[in-house]
Design a protein. Structure first.
Length: 144
């Protein structure tokens, strides 16, 4: 969405979230700056439609946990300490590293199953800000 929405719209969504929720991560409560705006999607696995349902303000660590595949790529490149993310997740969720591993494995299983299909993106109320050719567009199937 960051690359699809006009910058002024993205910034206004971010500022509105800061006004509503405060200048802190909505998961761990960290005031770390800059806070990153994360899209929240709902998936219809039967019809293969992903619908944008909102946004969250997240610190960098929580945002990277949400995008754990990207975090792994960055760690492989030496751009990120993956174990630091695992420790952050465990601290925030009060769980063990083994719990984290099960959670991540499950996330990758879901991703692999969903990636076989072409998906339609429904941008919801934000669709009006995006070039009409993108709204309701079919996304290519991605393979792992």
């Amino acid at each position: 969405m960051y690359n699809l929405l006009p910058r002024e719209v993205w910034n206004s969504i971010r500022e509105e979230h800061i006004r509503k929720h405060g200048a802190k991560c909505e998961i761990c409560g960290s005031p770390e700056r800059p806070l990153q705006l994360h899209e929240r999607w709902r998936y219809d696995d039967r019809r293969h439609v992903q619908r944008l349902v909102g946004f969250q303000l997240l610190c960098r660590k929580c945002h990277l946990v949400k995008h754990i595949g990207l975090a792994g790529i960055l760690a492989d490149r030496g751009e990120l300490d993956y174990e630091e993310l695992v420790e952050h997740f465990c601290r925030v969720n009060g769980c063990s590293k083994e719990d984290f591993r099960r959670h991540a494995d499950r996330a990758f299983e879901v991703w692999a199953k969903r990636s076989v299909f072409q998906w339609v993106q429904d941008f919801g109320e934000y669709g009006r800000y995006i070039d009409g050719r993108m709204t309701g567009a079919r996304l290519p199937a991605f393979r792992r």
